[in-house]
Design a protein around this ligand. Sequence first.
Ligand SMILES: [Mg+2]
Length: 262
Amino acid sequence: MTGGKHDLQKARPAINEEMPEMMKTMNSATAVGETRLREAISRLQGADTWVFDLDDTLYSSETKFFSQIDRRIGAFISNLMGLDPIEARKIQKSYFSRYGTTLKGLMDLHDVQPDDFLNYVHDVDLSQLTRDEALVSALKGLDGRKYVFTNSPLEYARQVLERLGIAEFMDGIFDVAASNYIPKPRQPAYDRLVSAFNLQPAKTVYVEDMARNLIPAAKMGMITVWLCTGEKWGAHEHDPEHVDFEIVDLPQWLAGVAEGRA
Ligand SMILES: [Mg+2]
């Protein structure tokens, strides 16, 4: 996947000296200005639940770990349809864009069994992921229930959390099977998440690297945090109206939030 750099600077107003200390510790702000930022911080302070995306959010996209899975998705399509890698890649991107996940397109158009696909594409080397002390420490200091909301399968998600050293902090994982293979950003996935964990959207913070996945959450009233990785696919369909906080370093930001509450 080729990465295009999103313009980070444009999306951030200057943090001025009159802002509360907590705002200054944050490495971000949204484009719509100080008033909205203050409101968002106030809502953040009242939040009692955290929902995190998994891939490229709880581990850094700089690991390029997900590219292993991305390549295996291409190989799966190539094998299934007898296509060369370039044609397979076009199909992969087109389904991803239209259906939310490549899997959903394969299920709807090609009768692919989800487990066949998920087992194949997640058969990757996890050794690249290692314990993230900064994230461990940040999650330890963060109040509230914590969940993972992912388009990936459960067992893979569990293994990733174990590798990162953060499994113990999570109260539950909502995977793609739990949403009956209807992926983010489709609305039923969010409705099922809310009902599965009995969430109050207005008190729920949702953190994601893919901006488009924040839109349904924002419309439901969740507090949305876009982890901007600088990758083109993360910024796809980015809409500042549906982003309360834009951040570049998750552990650092979470640590700032925890301190601001204390
Ligand atoms: Mg992600």
